[in-house]
Write a protein of this length. Sequence first.
Length: 182
Amino acid sequence: METKQEIREQIRKLRSGISADDWQAATDIIAQKVIASDSFREATDLYCYMDFDGEAGTEHIIDEAWRLGKDVWLPRVADGEMEFYLVESEKELVRGTFGILEPSGKGVKASGRDGLAIVPGIAFDRRRNRIGYGKGFYDRYLRAHPNLEKIGIAFDIQLVDKIPAKEYDCRMNMIFTEKIEY
């Protein structure tokens, strides 16, 4: 079995080879699947990420949540921890840790009591395990907020047979790619 780091390197290389047109087409399909899901339609609070470095795009998901009047919470990393903050417009975002757009941290912090979390990852397997970037931000946050429903989104090339998951790794409730959902 490959290590998490080997999987990260392999999948990041594959993901970097996706053309802009293929990225947009796959992102559009994934966004439509998320938006059409019962989980999205029923959620009043959306915890989402701002895509970065070739991740599946989230702009359409966030825009639709705002259009429907949902509260949108986006992550900010500070002092080695990630928290989510209420964001009502992209104009409220600043370049933060790792160059990712994030809230300034001056607004309302999420309680994390309930809602739908759209979770990024480098790789996922069919048992809904994920590999992130190796810092543990999402695993710590999701473990501390167990009532959040978790949907991992990724491109089909990011699926692997098996991830060497540990007990502290958070499993997703569902995973959507442009080709499948499970």
